[in-house]
Write a protein that binds this ligand. Structure first.
Ligand SMILES: [Mn+2]
Length: 325
């Protein structure tokens, strides 16, 4: 059952789906798509029925160069309303077959990075409890929001979890610019609670390489390894345990694809190779939750926002790929 209007429906005169928020007598008016992920209409029991939950966290405080990640969630949601629901990979409309619910954004305290991260760990834990088996996809915000989410997920699972970190950077600095809660320390803070597999790395400090080599919990997969053949995919999967938290920093992508990020780096991931890998990860491991962080929308530059919105749709589709094929 389609639960999104066809954006062309009014012009074509075909039947539209009445949004739940308007009375039945007005259902035929030319309403815009709802401001939800993919423009999906959300009935009153949308959270209860959901397979996947989107949690926007527009938090930004320690971004070191280009700012604007606080506008990331809104940019992703806005672009997602124009993504085609049909996906030829599954020969169906995953967004119509699955139930997806978009939560309002979380507004964290502005009292500083440490209280904000403490608050987020509690907030995220409560959302995860309420979500139960539903797939939670958090939309950042800067990369520091991932650590509280990962720590909250680690607390919820008795077995040690693995983190798959798609990123140009290792984020393994002990602290950066005076705070241990920096985006540049996001993975350092979880290394004693989770195994971390970084993929697509290409801007890493000597200190971080040393931290990684000294730790059995850290695996680094460099971006230049990814171009010769697919052996890196097996190496990444071997390093991941059965339960995986996926954190996707959009600067993983080549800077030509996603220039709209705080620290863009050349030589990053491309679209289809990345999707091929992610599809395998979701098929061969249990991905317990995920986030997408560090999109900093540039006004008038829609392509990166659209790419990231489509990536979010792919992650949700891959998570439920067994139901779509
Ligand atoms: Mn990064």
């Amino acid at each position: 059952m389609p639960n999104r209007h066809d954006p062309d429906a009014a012009g074509r005169g075909s039947e539209k789906v009445r949004p739940h928020s308007v009375p039945s007598g007005l259902g035929d008016l030319p309403w815009e798509l709802p401001h939800t992920f993919l423009g999906l209409d959300e009935p009153a029991d949308s959270f209860e029925r959901a397979d996947a939950i989107l949690l926007p966290v527009p938090y930004e405080s320690t971004t070191s160069w280009g700012g604007g990640t606080r506008r990331g969630p809104a940019g992703i949601l806005s672009a997602s309303r124009y993504v085609e629901l049909y996906d030829q990979e599954f020969d169906c409309e995953p967004g119509a077959r699955l139930s997806i619910h978009t939560l309002p954004a979380i507004e964290l305290t502005r009292a500083g990075a440490t209280p904000a991260m403490q608050e987020l760990q509690e907030v995220y834990g409560r959302v995860a409890d309420a979500a139960g088996d539903r797939f939670v996809l958090m939309l950042g915000g800067e990369h520091s929001v991932s650590s509280p989410a990962i720590l909250a997920q680690a607390e919820r699972h008795s077995d040690r979890i693995s983190v798959l970190q798609m990123d140009a950077h290792a984020d393994l600095r002990g602290e950066y610019e005076g705070t241990a809660n920096s985006h540049a320390s996001a993975m350092a803070r979880v290394l004693d609670r989770a195994d971390v597999v970084g993929v697509g790395l290409r801007a890493v400090s000597q200190e971080e390489v040393d931290v990684s080599r000294a730790s059995t919990a850290s695996t680094l997969i460099w971006a230049d390894e990814m171009w010769e053949n697919d052996a890196w995919m097996d190496r990444a999967l071997e390093a991941l345990g059965p339960k995986v938290y996926l954190t996707f920093d959009v600067d993983y992508f080549d800077s030509s694809l996603v220039p709209s990020t705080g620290t863009p780096e050349p030589g990053g991931g491309d679209w289809y190779r990345t999707l091929r890998f992610l599809k395998r990860v979701f098929a061969e491991r249990e991905v317990i939750a995920a986030d997408i962080v560090e999109l900093a929308p540039v006004p008038g530059l829609n392509a990166p926002d659209f790419l990231v919105a489509k990536l979010a749709y792919k992650l949700i589709s891959y998570r439920f790929q067994a139901r779509l094929t």
